[in-house]
Write a protein that binds this ligand. Structure first.
Ligand code: TYC
Length: 104
């Protein structure tokens, strides 16, 4: 069993990775519109983003006033799944509610 000699970290210049790499995070935003009911938005924030009724109401009112508001922060695949879930739930109920995401 003789292969090429192992080189030291000093020789290779490769540093030991001590920490687990952390995946990039994405902010998921809810967007305001004129047709989705406030109750429905609160329900989405509770069911999809696991907000309590007080937080859900605060976020909904913020989006209603400012146009866009943060619903949650997730890894890319989770963020994408939340968006698909919101859009499907909204479409199924005849509302145009939309969300989008951006890298943190
Ligand atoms: N603007 C909507 C209304 O007046 C309520 C609303 C809030 C809609 C937040 C979407 O993401 C939203 N019924």
């Amino acid at each position: 069993m003789s292969g090429p000699k192992q080189r030291t970290a000093e020789e290779t210049g490769i540093k030991e990775r001590r920490k687990t790499a952390t995946p990039p995070l994405y902010k998921v935003f809810l967007l305001n519109d004129d047709y989705t009911t406030m109750d429905f938005v609160v329900q989405v924030l509770e069911q999809v983003f696991h907000k309590n009724p007080v937080e859900a109401t605060q976020i909904m009112l913020y989006v209603h006033k400012k146009g866009r508001g943060l619903a949650g922060v997730y890894e890319r695949q989770i963020a994408e799944a939340k968006i698909v879930a919101v859009h499907k739930h909204a479409e199924d109920n005849g509302f145009p509610l939309k969300c989008d995401m951006e890298k943190e």
